[in-house]
Design a protein around this ligand. Structure first.
Ligand code: GLY
Length: 296
């Protein structure tokens, strides 16, 4: 085995798309706080899985993002959440789709992963699994913010793109990779719709032998291109991480015209970031840097 010559890295995103002006600073602050949380996990010797779960939980709890509390409402005015997590050590993965009244779907996804049975649970079956493992439901109103209720009322008659999916990828001190993604999906989505964030290979992927990726944007397009795995395969073909991210977004744009973004790490901790949207708040901390690098 080759000796490692690099330290841990955490790279996170707060969703691709155009952000309402009053949310720009709030999202930047939220991203900064979340990446610091993830970095503290890594420097304390925590695993990459611990770090990405911690980051995504922090962003799910932050109402400025479309995940957990603050998620967009579906056509019926309800919140249905998708999330997934993957451990690059052995390709273990867990995901939940269209879950209701769960404050931290990423933790439920991790519990699915660690249970070692099905990889993806949706709807009522996921709710029953949560109850069985002691993850308590909150009241539905606890996740609905005034902003999203007002937006739902205003947008009911329009076709809109959604923004604000959150994701994190990390490499830990032992050189293991992980990825996690969480979202409320698209505003006014059809009840029962599950997007890329719950689908391993589409919104989330991690493999110690390749890299880790988390996607954001139009889930239908991301699913068609299997974007996370596709971008990582470009690494296998010899692309640098930044070029791999750009090529993945470029191909998706050419084939679908949809709005997306991606963050990725290769197995050596080198980063790639690309988007075809106006904004995608991201943050990274690498060994040697105490301050987060923040970029939109
Ligand atoms: N990328 C989030 C979604 O489409 O559900």
């Amino acid at each position: 085995m080759t000796a490692r010559s690099f330290g841990p890295v955490i790279l996170i995103h707060g969703g691709a798309g155009k952000v309402a002006p009053d949310l720009v600073e709030l999202r930047r602050d939220g991203i900064r706080a979340a990446v610091v949380n993830g970095w503290q996990v890594l420097t304390a010797g925590g695993s990459a899985v611990d770090a990405v779960e911690q980051v995504v939980k922090t962003l799910e709890d932050d109402p400025a993002f479309n995940a957990g509390r603050g998620a967009v409402l579906n056509r019926d005015g309800e919140i249905e959440l998708d999330a997934s997590i993957m451990d690059g050590r052995g390709l273990a993965a867990g995901a939940v789709g269209a879950v209701k009244r769960i404050a931290n779907p990423v933790t439920l996804a991790r519990t699915v992963m660690e249970a070692g049975g099905p990889t993806l649970l949706v709807g009522e079956g996921a709710q029953r699994f949560a109850a069985a493992v002691g993850i308590k439901e909150c009241v539905a109103e606890a996740l609905i913010t005034e902003r999203q209720r007002a937006r739902w009322s205003a947008l009911r008659e329009e076709q809109v793109e959604g923004v604000g999916t959150v994701g994190a990828i990390a490499i830990d001190q032992a050189g293991h990779l992980a990825a996690a993604t969480s979202t409320g999906g698209l505003p006014l989505k059809t009840p029962g719709r599950v997007g890329d964030s719950a689908l391993i290979g589409c919104g989330t992927y991690a493999d110690d032998q390749l890299g880790a990726a988390s996607c954001t944007g139009n889930g239908e397009a991301i699913i068609k291109l299997v974007l996370a795995k596709t971008a990582l395969e470009f690494l296998r073909m010899g692309e640098e991480p930044m070029a791999a991210a750009r090529r993945a977004v470029g191909e998706l744009t050419a084939r679908t015209g949809a709005e997306v973004g991606i963050i990725l790490l290769d197995q050596y901790g080198r980063i790639g970031v690309a988007r075809n949207t106006a904004q995608m708040p991201c943050a990274c901390i690498r060994e040697g840097n105490t301050d987060p690098e923040i970029f939109d």
